[in-house]
Design a binder for this molecule. Structure first.
Ligand code: ASP
Ligand code: CP
Length: 335
């Protein structure tokens, strides 16, 4: 395990989906379930707000976000933390004047804060931020690199819906090449025994070679197909993803959005496609979902779990923040 990521087996930063042991994942799931339950009463909500009162999280998102930013900020507030941030760090921080992320993080380390939630356009920037930060960095997505908290919340969703992460057929549909969710999720799922990961896409947009290599090294089977219905028939978990249009300009895949949309038409999940899915299988999407990914008629299908999945994100992020702050508390001699 990476030294940047852990301090003697504990979590210091959250940078990659690869950093979590299975016991850490189960600990996060338990805490998340507890936070979901206690969020239901004002009395216990107020108790949760005493957990990390006095601590402060900075929220720096250089790319658009609905779920990751709001759920991280809500998670911090529900734990009693203050949140300071900007709507659009790319536009309203001095990054717009050319300041490097490293300098920005150096400065934040001078401000007596406790965590930094970060989303960047460029792959690898969360690690570069962590390299200069004593304050925990929470990677909310770094370009097409990783989205580790999404992987944990997706694993939690599978675990709570199906009871286990093992012996499953995980089917990823869509732009598996540019998706940081696919990179992070497949790496977590492939560490559990008996799993198969299937990429359903047009030939150009299957998973990247380095992601496939990790899946196989973790001991899972990896398959690729263009045949959606056939893959759905044997799926336990189907994860659909949006075409990452914002990555196309800098991609080594030389196709336009229009060309991809045309080729991908047959991959839309609609009620006809759902008829090929087992009655106990579940359908996930990190969101935002577009009509090209999933026909809105599918929202009414009880196997569509994507809104519940997004809700799990709040409680999983509360759990991770709680663990990081407890570890910080343990390092503070005066507490
Ligand atoms: N929200 C996810 C992400 O930021 C998926 C997406 O935007 O397509 O990676
Ligand atoms: N799932 C996810 O990361 O959503 P946002 O991009 O809206 O944060």
């Amino acid at each position: 395990m990476d030294k940047d990521v852990t301090t003697e087996g504990n979590m210091k930063h959250i940078l990659t989906a690869e950093q979590f042991s299975h016991s850490q994942l189960y600990e996060i799931f338990d805490r998340a379930d507890n936070f979901r339950e206690t969020d239901g009463s004002l009395y216990s909500r107020r108790q949760n707000m005493e957990l990390h009162f006095g601590r402060i999280m900075l929220s720096m998102f250089y790319e658009p976000s609905t779920r990751t930013r709001f759920s991280f900020e809500l998670a911090a507030k529900k734990l009693g933390m203050e949140v300071v941030g900007t709507e659009n760090a790319a536009l309203f921080s001095s990054a717009a004047k050319g300041e490097t992320l490293e300098d920005t993080i150096h400065v934040f380390n001078e401000y007596g804060i406790d965590a930094i939630a970060l989303r960047t356009k460029e792959e690898g920037l969360a690690r570069r931020a962590a390299a200069v930060s004593n304050v925990p960095i929470l990677n909310g997505g770094d370009g097409k690199g990783e989205h580790p908290t999404q992987a944990v919340l997706d694993a939690h969703t599978v675990h709570s819906e199906l009871g286990s992460l093992e012996n499953k057929n995980y089917v990823f549909v869509g732009d598996n090449y540019h998706s940081r969710v696919v990179s992070s999720d497949s790496v977590v799922f492939s560490t559990f025994p008996g799993n198969t990961i299937t990429s359903v896409s047009i030939p150009e947009l299957h998973m990247r070679p380095e992601v496939k290599a990790k899946i196989v090294a973790n001991g899972a089977q990896y398959h690729e197909t263009t045949s959606l219905y056939e893959a759905l028939e044997s799926a336990d978990v189907v994860l659909v993803g949006r075409l990452q249009v914002e990555r196309l300009a800098e991609s080594d895949i030389r196709l336009t959005e229009e060309e991809i949309r045309r080729k991908q038409e047959a991959l839309q999940i609609n009620n006809a496609a759902m008829n090929h899915m087992h009655e106990n299988a579940i359908l996930l999407h990190p969101l935002p979902k577009l009509k090209y990914d999933i026909d809105p008629e599918v929202d009414a299908d009880s196997r569509a779990k994507y809104f519940r999945q997004a809700g799990n994100g709040l409680y999983v992020r509360m759990a991770m923040l709680d663990m990081l702050m407890q570890e910080a508390d343990a390092r503070e001699p005066e507490l």
